[in-house]
Design a protein around this ligand. Structure first.
Ligand SMILES: [Zn+2]
Ligand SMILES: [Zn+2]
Length: 596
């Protein structure tokens, strides 16, 4: 079932994009003869960029002209030719290109590649020529410019970029481009980009009044508004019920703990850069918790555990704080405080395969309930240079994780040697509605903490044994998961998740009383309902409810009030029309229960 491991850097697409970056740089240099200074131009995930120092700011018209010239250069079908050079030869060639001279110096010193990025060793200095253009470059490239599909390239925009990412250096102009094999792939990509902009959870979070960040409180700290709070509560309530059914026990733990705890856990040793400075309480240092594990371990250790007590599954919606640079904070996706749907499993070695099966099935079921269908699983195995425990100790858990994936019939990829030092793990990534991949769940073995905290249970033989410990978070961070959900659904949540499920819309003032009765009946039956009593025209109210992505709009006028009906409209624009209130209720309840 293992998926083929295609390294992007060895793919044809990577060579196409790298080559397109050269073609673009040539077009820009021709636009500003003798004036353009070129910096670096690497391929990136979905395309490529190149940084330039130019005599003036680029306009959208410039980009069009550059793109047109790129197509001509492609049609000229120049061969890409590599040549190795000495440092002196390279300096002569790039005498009027100060950024390249700096990069050549880095190549000569070693430890840097031709983009100034850190690498091991000292690469040979080489250039690639295609026609009139020459770049300091290690490749790889396509053989000829003609191998770039001219109808599958597009320049996406510009931005400012400091030379070497350092704000003390000059600001350069970066042009972003993308290149694909076919025009259809390009079209798909452009569509995904536009769709992603429309779905941006920060924009939808404002429009739907879900959450905000307050400068007074601080960056990366999220405020959940009533609607976002309801969305999160519904998601959490559902998960809590599933956890109870799945044999988890809920625990609660504090937000801070003494330095001594984090010393034993090792966090002060290997995780301190992600932790905030300590608080002083009566002369003792306390740290905000970056993880919940040591707390759950203390609960485990609070009494002697027998083999009959295991497995134990401690779950907590635990809020943790981790340092992130302000520059990388991003809406709900990168924050400084977040709540994990965290759990720690403690079991006997003989229980472990079954435990892993259970936790994997449990994770996938919950992700499916939230509407995710496409999963990629990654199994990370031991890195022999950096591992707690022996290869023999790693074998059984790694095999248990692999067998669980096989039994669940999940396609998976093995990331050989990619595990963290404390144990093998499964990562589950999901594809959202527009095909983007998000890492959500982790099932992580731990050989380290049971050792450090000297965990034990009394076996059937009366002797002390070390339990297995597994960390597991399904949504990871509730903040990020909510962000992914907002983007996945573009804010149009299925009825079971929608913060407001139905809006009752009276046509005129005289229908308000009936609208209120209708809402009261639906609320009593467990639906989340409001009445739009504003003095607005019916069409405006419908439009507003649609903008708020309310799944059901119930219009009530004379006819409905007389006959005990509601006229149902859906946010999709469908218009099922008048029906008895109880018939609507049955339909809504069924859709909510089915989580459609
Ligand atoms: Zn190159
Ligand atoms: Zn943990």
């Amino acid at each position: 079932m293992s998926m083929p491991q295609v390294d992007y850097k060895e793919s044809e697409l990577y060579r196409i994009r790298h080559s397109a970056a050269h073609v673009m740089a040539q077009a820009v240099m021709e636009m500003f003869p003798g004036q353009a200074r070129i910096a670096i131009g690497p391929p990136i995930d979905d395309g490529f960029y190149y940084d330039f120092e130019l005599p003036r700011a680029l306009t959208p018209e410039d980009l069009q002209a550059i793109e047109a010239r790129m197509r001509e250069i492609i049609a000229e079908d120049h061969a890409f030719e590599r040549q190795a050079l000495t440092g002196d030869e390279a300096r002569r060639l790039f005498a009027d290109q100060p950024y390249k001279l700096e990069l050549i110096a880095g190549l000569e010193a070693g430890g840097q590649d031709e983009y100034g990025a850190e690498i091991a060793g000292k690469p040979e200095i080489s250039i690639y020529r295609d026609g009139a253009f020459t770049d300091l470059c290690r490749g790889p490239h396509v053989e000829r410019t003609g191998m770039i599909n001219p109808s599958a390239i597009k320049l996406m925009g510009t931005s400012g970029a400091y030379w070497r990412g350092d704000e003390k250096n000059p600001m350069l102009q970066r042009i972003y481009g993308t290149a694909w094999k076919t025009a259809e792939e390009l079209e798909q990509y452009v569509w995904r980009q536009e769709e992603a902009r429309k779905r941006d959870h920060r924009k939808l979070g404002r429009e739907l009044d879900l959450f905000s960040v307050s400068e007074e409180i601080g960056a990366g700290l999220i405020l959940w508004h009533p609607k976002g709070g309801m969305l999160r509560k519904v998601a959490e309530d559902y998960c809590r019920e599933e956890h109870e059914r799945g044999g988890y026990q809920f625990v609660y733990s504090p937000h801070i703990g003494r330095a001594a705890l984090w010393e034993i856990s090792g966090h002060l040793g290997w995780y301190q850069e992600n932790m905030y400075a300590p608080l002083d309480i009566e002369g003792q240092a306390y740290y905000l918790k970056p993880m919940n594990c040591p707390f759950h371990i203390q609960i485990y250790k609070s009494r002697t555990r027998s083999y009959r007590d295991l497995p134990l599954r401690f779950a907590e919606w635990g809020t943790v704080y981790r340092y992130e640079r302000s520059g990388v904070l991003h809406g709900l996706m990168r924050v400084r405080g977040f709540t994990q749907d965290d759990a720690h499993l403690f079991c006997r070695p003989d229980q472990m395969p079954d435990e892993i099966d259970r936790v994997l099935a449990f994770s996938l079921n919950i992700l499916r309930a939230f509407g995710f269908r496409d999963f990629q699983c990654y199994l990370s195995t031991m890195n022999p240079k950096k591992a707690a425990g022996t290869p023999e100790q790693w074998e059984a858990p790694t095999e248990a994780l692999r067998m669980a994936l096989e039994r669940a019939e999940m396609p998976y990829r093995i990331d050989e040697g990619e595990a963290t030092f404390y144990g093998p793990k499964i990562d589950i990534k999901v594809n959202d509605a527009i095909g983007r991949e998000w890492q959500l769940s982790t099932i992580q073995f731990d050989f380290n903490l049971p050792e450090r905290f000297n965990l034990s249970y009394v076996g059937e033989d009366g002797q002390e044994h070390r339990p297995y410990m597994v960390h597991r978070a399904l949504m990871g961070s509730m903040e990020r998961f909510m962000g992914v959900l907002i983007e996945h659904y573009a804010g149009a949540f299925p009825a079971w998740l929608a913060p407001l499920q139905a809006m009752v819309i009276p046509i005129a003032d005289r229908h308000v009383e009936y609208a209120r009765q209708t809402a009261a009946r639906l609320k009593e039956a467990g639906l989340r309902v409001e009445v739009d009593e504003r003095n607005e025209r019916m069409n405006a109210k419908i439009r507003d409810a649609q903008m708020q992505k309310v799944p059901y709009m119930l219009v009530v006028g004379d006819k409905e009030a007389e006959s005990g009906q509601v006229a149902l409209r859906l946010r999709s624009g469908d218009n099922p029309g008048a029906m008895p209130l109880e018939a609507f209720l049955a339909r809504a309840q069924e859709e909510v229960a089915a989580r459609r």
